[in-house]
Write a protein that binds this ligand. Structure first.
Ligand SMILES: Cc1cc2nc3c(=O)[nH]c(=O)nc-3n(C[C@H](O)[C@H](O)[C@H](O)COP(=O)(O)O)c2cc1C
Length: 376
């Protein structure tokens, strides 16, 4: 019987499905709801020490729909990190851990470029009982104006320094969340792992312009006639997230084999999750799909992932994690493999032409069959 139970950086999860940082983990009520529905872990909406600087706007989401079915496949947001006071969050972390002592609660944290601030936020969250940290080094909008989020994540030197500050005081596992808005995701991933982070999460949203309203001529989502660059998520980003997870998984496998990877970006089904795990992820995170379809989607996701595992006789997630990484190679190697395979097929086809009994002679290939039996 296959099981979805898995242990990641010493954290025991009933299944690898994790609520990604965002609206689905935005207060104690919804975190409780996620645990009740069966999510394996919850990463809270990103918290910071001074929420008074966080001021959100409305509307802050815009969506892309399939021209045929109307289904949402792309989602842009210009939402900031949590606007709720840090003291409230600390109370709620304690409340959630009292109520769900066996469930994994991960604090997503973000601070400005000050060592003391990072030390304080880590100390206070771990005193409140959180099980692990995710460092938001990746939010692409709003916060970079304050040199936070992806402003740090896009600079491997700063990233390494800040991850080092966190590791000086963290007594729980630390994952660094990567921004996809860079050329080589291996560079910031390596920097975080060099600083001692226990795992990587990838990806945050992709910097985007979702569209322009052709009546008003204003870009969306429009706030008082204007907008700002946003972050793109949902099904449309999955191929990019898969590619980046593959690249990070390769770094982890060869250079940091004891570290872990949490895949995020467009995951909506158990089969989507299976693909991230096949490319090296230990866990999978979901944000926009919960906003589209609700917390209950974790049940069909679990069932589909288990059905996949049973079809292939995989007993545990660890049995197929990273299995498909070996099938990536260079284009030149693809050409070589195809040339060799075609040569083998040609020889086989030639051999088929050799008649073994007189009944195999036929008029159409008579001359070729004769040649196949001749020397010289
Ligand atoms: C509305 C919204 C708010 C988000 N807020 C946060 C956040 O506070 N911290 C963070 O690290 N990521 C945040 N994210 C990014 C998600 O955690 C995730 O990395 C991204 O959306 C891709 O996954 P998805 O396609 O499953 O949504 C947010 C995403 C959305 C759509």
């Amino acid at each position: 019987m296959a099981t979805l139970e898995t242990t990641v950086n010493g954290l025991k999860l009933p299944n690898p499905f994790v609520i990604a940082s965002g609206p689905p983990g935005t207060n104690a009520n919804v975190i409780g709801k996620a645990f009740d529905e069966g999510w394996g872990a919850v990463i809270c909406k990103t918290v910071s020490l001074d929420a008074s600087k966080v001021i959100n706007v409305q509307p802050r989401y815009a969506r892309l729909r399939s021209r045929k079915s109307g289904e949402i496949y792309g989602w842009e947001n210009i939402e900031l990190i949590s606007d709720r006071p840090f003291a409230t969050w600390i109370d709620e972390f304690k409340k959630v851990k009292d109520q769900y002592p066996d469930r994994i609660l991960i604090a997503s944290i973000m601070e400005e470029y000050h060592r003391d601030a990072w030390h304080e936020i880590v100390h206070r969250c771990q005193e409140a009982g959180v099980d692990a940290f995710e460092l938001n080094m990746s939010c692409p909008h709003g916060l970079p104006e304050r040199k936070m989020g992806s402003a740090m994540g896009e600079n491997p030197d700063i990233l390494e320094e800040v991850c080092g500050w966190v590791k000086e005081v963290a007594k729980r596992p630390v994952w660094a969340k990567m921004t996809p808005n860079i050329t080589h995701i291996e560079d910031p991933s390596r920097a975080s792992l060099r600083a001692g982070c226990d795992g990587i999460s990838a990806i945050n949203t992709i910097r985007s312009v979702i569209g322009v309203d052709l009546e008003t001529l204003r870009p969306e989502p429009t706030v008082e006639g204007y907008t700002t660059l946003g972050g793109y998520s949902s099904q449309a980003v999955m191929p990019i997230a898969l590619r980046m997870c593959l690249e990070i998984a390769t770094v982890i496998k060869h250079e940091f084999p004891d570290r872990t990877l949490s895949g995020v970006g467009g995951i909506e089904t158990g089969n989507d999750a299976a693909q991230f795990i096949l490319l090296g992820c230990d866990t999978v995170q979901v944000c926009t799909a919960v906003m589209k379809s609700g917390y209950g989607i974790v049940k069909p996701m679990q069932e589909q992932l288990l059905a996949f595992m049973e079809r292939h006789a995989f007993a545990r997630v660890e049995d197929f994690r990273g299995h498909s990484v070996q099938f990536f190679t260079t284009h030149a190697d693809l050409v070589r493999r195809q040339t060799e395979a075609r040569a083998v097929k040609k020889v086989e086809a030639e051999q088929k032409k050799v008649v073994k009994t007189d009944a195999e002679w036929h008029g159409d290939d008579f001359v070729k069959q004769t040649d196949a039996l001749a020397r010289g």
